[in-house]
Design a protein. Structure first.
Length: 275
């Protein structure tokens, strides 16, 4: 007898996935293995999916701790390198460090030995220029199975050009009030160029920095600030996407398949795959 799949409505899925998941969370320091940064993991679990997250221009990694901790509470090992923090951020270097972060996740003992990462369940994600760097990294890495960007910014070398080589499923969340990286020339262009299955969503009320947490002096020269609504939507969609693509969890299909007022489904090529 086939196992019955229980799915939630889009509203139910949004509410559930915007709250912490069932797993207690541990926090570690990537610097202990030679790379500045942070890693959040469930307390235990074998063969877990993992995601490496790239920070935005001039943004400290602490502004994404809430998202990383949230993903870990849902069973995803989430790590972020704290590199390229200056004004002359190199997207190429950040991309290389994202791949190094994945290597650490799979090759270094995590926790007390009760945690392991499945090398076939690796993803990249990022905000702003970190999103562009995630696309650059994915273009040259067949082991990457999923890519997520939040208010992605075009980079040098070009994330738009790199997107044409990425066959892994992609989810791009664009900010409707983004005056730093307007979707039409950044997130939307990247999604349109994507080689594999891809979905682009527009959050009409989000600003470029809406996905970040807390306050930072960079808000004096960048548009936007931390937004609770953007956090809720970002956490729910990123979690739903990674669980669906990386683990085959279909519980939250309605959220990913529905066109919501707060997260417009602007563009999709091919249905998002289920593991």
């Amino acid at each position: 007898m086939a196992r019955r799949v229980i799915t939630l409505t889009a509203k139910q899925a949004l509410e559930q996935l915007s709250r912490p998941g069932p797993h207690p969370v541990l926090r570690g320091d990537l610097a202990l293995v030679g790379l500045p940064g942070v890693i959040f993991t469930p307390r235990s679990g074998l063969g877990l999916p993992a995601v490496a997250f790239g920070h935005g221009w001039m943004q400290p990694v602490r502004r994404y701790h809430g998202l990383l901790r949230h993903l870990a509470s849902w069973g995803v090992v989430a790590a972020a390198p704290a590199v390229e923090r200056g004004p002359l951020l190199s997207a190429r270097v950040l991309a290389a460090n994202l791949l190094t972060t994945l290597d650490i996740s799979t090759g270094v003992r995590l926790g007390t030995g009760e945690i392991s990462v499945d090398p076939a369940r690796l993803a990249l994600a990022g905000h702003s220029m970190g999103g562009g760097a995630a696309v650059l990294a994915a273009a040259g890495a067949d082991r990457v199975r999923a890519v997520v960007t939040l208010a992605a910014t075009e980079t040098r070398p070009s994330a738009l050009d790199a997107a044409r080589e990425v066959r892994a499923p992609g989810l791009h969340l664009a900010a409707g009030e983004d005056r730093i990286a307007p979707p039409v020339g950044h997130s939307e262009a990247i999604a349109q160029a994507w080689a594999g299955p891809v979905q682009l969503r527009l959050l009409p009320k989000a600003s470029h920095l809406g996905f970040t947490e807390g306050r930072h002096w960079s808000e004096l020269m960048l548009d936007g600030s931390s937004e609770r609504g953007s956090h809720k939507l970002g956490r729910a969609f990123v979690t739903a996407f990674l669980l669906r693509v990386m683990t085959g969890d279909r519980t939250y299909d309605e959220l990913l398949d529905s066109d919501l007022k707060a997260a417009n489904l602007v563009f999709q090529r091919e249905a998002l795959p289920r593991r």
